[in-house]
Design a protein around this ligand. Structure first.
Ligand SMILES: Cc1ncc(COP(=O)(O)O)c(C=O)c1O
Length: 382
């Protein structure tokens, strides 16, 4: 073993497995898959991605710059609202720019026309989504995302070449079928007038059991109905899904009313924020997930533990897991599937040490992409 804990370990073999599956779908359905940086942006791995995909999607000036400077291609950019001061930078770094509202398009389209060479799109809101977690539902009533079909009654503004629609989250192909039905009902008449349709992210094509055949048939059906359309999908999670763990160590074991918590050298709120936000209980290698309230009655058993973060946030813990043995300081705890929506969201709250970023190469060797230090903590707050 040639890494120190804590660290995220991205396994190249698993990443390539996902990339191969995704590029196979792209070929069979004649669509373009692009990588959403909001889920994954470990730029030292971009050379691997470039063997399989051509482009990426950005949602801010920094992500757009990363696309151009590190991925080597201009981004498909969408942001809820562009700002005057950074729109030139957005244009410098983007091949496609999607606007969230008609007022944003009105405000910026003359600058876009003057610059030339950038394809303009509009985010549409089909008012349909099967996402049950409100935090992730872009089509909830009153959502700030996208233009409703009603507001296009007077036609599409001149210069709009594409539509962008994001309303999935870890979804299957069945949700896409239903979404397209709704999208075509509401926006079908304009689909004949435009050049591209970006179906957003949330297509978890690399999850076991995802109905790839249905996805390909659905996309091919869309091509038949609208041969004018170039179809783009921009998932993030699907690329990094199950590509590696976060490896932590036990620092101490505390007990309170029979409940044992293993305090780790990582934190849920700092390093696995979606566990608390989404929320979900991650799989721990070699341990049985018992759950929270569902585990009542088991919590005092000798081999059952909560896992606690090393921050001062009271809620920075999750439980319960059965380890089948007693835990002790120094033991390793491995959280599975911790690559997507982690390193892009982590923070240095409480000055807690940030896990290193490690890439396990195809030959099994470990390459440390980045170690973090006190300077990283200090330099964010000059
Ligand atoms: C506009 C847009 N595109 C793409 C994505 C990526 O989604 P996922 O990582 O679930 O595939 C998101 C996620 O929120 C998004 O908001």
């Amino acid at each position: 073993m040639s890494y120190k804990t804590p660290c995220y370990i991205l396994e190249e073999k698993l990443l390539r497995r996902n990339l191969e599956l995704i590029s196979g779908i792209a070929r069979r359905a004649d669509v373009e898959f692009i990588l959403a940086f909001k889920a994954f942006a470990l730029w030292r791995t971009f050379p691997i991605f470039r063997e399989y995909i051509r482009s990426t999607t950005a949602s801010s000036p920094y992500e757009a710059r990363l696309a151009l400077e590190e991925f080597g291609q201009k981004a498909h950019t969408y942001s809820p609202a562009y700002e005057d001061g950074t729109f030139d930078e957005i244009m410098r770094c983007s091949s496609h720019i999607t606007f969230n509202s008609l007022s944003q398009y009105e405000r910026f389209h003359s600058r876009l026309t003057a610059r030339g060479g950038i394809s303009a799109g509009l985010r549409i809101n089909p008012e349909y989504s099967e996402i049950e977690t409100e935090l992730y539902n872009p089509c909830a009533p009153g959502s700030r995302f996208g233009v409703l079909a009603d507001s296009l009654q007077n036609g599409l503004p001149a210069g709009i070449e594409g539509f962008h629609c994001h309303c999935h989250c870890e979804s299957g192909a069945e949700a896409l079928v239903n979404t397209l039905r709704q999208l075509e009902k509401k926006f079908g008449r304009w689909l004949k007038e435009i050049k591209w349709l970006n179906l957003g992210g949330g297509h978890l094509v690399t999850r076991q059991g995802y109905n790839i055949g249905l996805l390909i048939n659905t996309l091919n059906g869309l091509h038949e109905r609208y041969p004018n359309l170039q179809i783009i999908l921009e998932p993030g999670s699907a690329f990094a899904w199950q590509t590696g763990p976060l490896v932590a160590s036990v620092v101490d074991i505390v007990e309170n009313h029979g409940i044992k918590t293993a305090i780790l050298n990582v934190s849920f709120t700092c390093h696995m924020p979606d566990c608390l936000e989404m929320p979900y209980r991650p799989a721990v290698r070699g341990a049985e997930t018992l759950g929270g309230e569902e585990a009542r009655g088991h919590e005092t058993e000798a081999d059952v533990y909560r896992l606690g973060g090393n921050s001062c946030l009271s809620g920075d813990f999750m439980g319960y897991w059965r380890f089948g043995r007693k835990l002790a300081a120094g033991d390793t705890v491995v959280f599975e599937d911790m690559i997507h929506y982690t390193t892009v969201k982590t923070n240095m709250f409480n000055g807690i040490h940030h896990p290193s970023l490690v890439l396990q190469r195809l030959d099994g060797t470990y390459e440390t992409l980045r170690d973090f230090s006190y300077d990283d903590y200090r330099n964010r707050m000059d």
